[in-house]
Design a protein around this ligand. Structure first.
Ligand SMILES: C[S@@+](CC[C@H](N)C(=O)[O-])C[C@H]1O[C@@H](n2cnc3c(N)ncnc32)[C@H](O)[C@@H]1O
Length: 207
């Protein structure tokens, strides 16, 4: 079923102005991701938001397809990419849960701060696996609320009902790792900078 972009459309203006949380972690994740990039690679970024990650990786690859289901987020992303002169990013308004398999598989798919925002992350992980070429990489950063904030299982549906929260899937570090491995990926890099920090994974589809 299609998920809703309403929360993110409302949030885009504020999100674009917010400083990056734990900027050092973010910069490390960019650096680690870039260590896997090659100039001929074609990437898909799911839930690209205001475009910062795609813009950072653009000079290192051939092309990035950056999708988000919030038009308001994409408006900010397109403007930022133009200002940065990043001409090899194609922004598209699309729901990750509904996009078709590409004719040519991607070399890398990114989902930064996205998996915990999906009703059915397992289905999306399987889809990502199918969209990748053998040997391709799935890079993700995921809030693991189940590690220390299990009470969100109760709060999340209430927050969502009153429009204060988006869909929030409460998963632990082990849950996320197990879901990715169960889809057939091998974990190439795993980093969790602190108990309350997002889990960063680089997973590889076997050859
Ligand atoms: C927390 S923001 C992260 C944005 C960006 N990846 C970053 O790290 O700053 C989550 C983004 O995912 C998008 N999103 C959530 N569910 C989505 C879906 N089913 N399809 C496409 N985009 C989605 C939201 O619109 C939002 O822009």
């Amino acid at each position: 079923m299609a998920e809703t972009s309403k929360f993110w459309d409302k949030t885009a203006e504020k999100y674009a102005r917010l400083p990056i949380t734990h900027e050092d972690d973010y910069l490390t994740k960019l650096k680690v991701t870039q260590s896997y990039l090659q100039p001929e690679m074609r990437l898909l970024e799911c839930g690209c938001g205001t475009g910062g990650t795609a813009i950072a990786h653009a000079p290192h690859v051939a092309h990035i397809q950056a999708i988000d289901f919030s038009e308001n987020m994409l408006e900010k992303a397109r403007l930022r990419a133009r200002e940065a002169g990043a001409s090899n990013i194609a922004f598209e308004c699309a729901d990750i849960t509904l996009i078709p398999k590409p004719k040519v598989p991607y070399d890398m798919v990114l989902a930064m701060s996205v998996l915990h925002l999906l009703k059915d992350p397992d289905a999306v992980i399987v889809k990502i696996y199918e969209m990748l070429a053998p040997g391709g990489y799935f890079v993700s950063s995921t809030a693991c609320l189940g590690d220390s904030m299990g009470y969100f299982k109760l709060l999340a549906p209430i927050g969502r009902a009153v429009g204060l929260l988006p869909i929030l899937k409460v998963m632990s570090t082990e849950d996320v790792t197990a879901k990715i491995e169960a889809s057939g990926f091998e974990i190439a890099h795993r980093w969790k900078p602190g108990a309350d920090r997002a889990l960063f994974l680089v997973a590889r589809k076997p050859q």
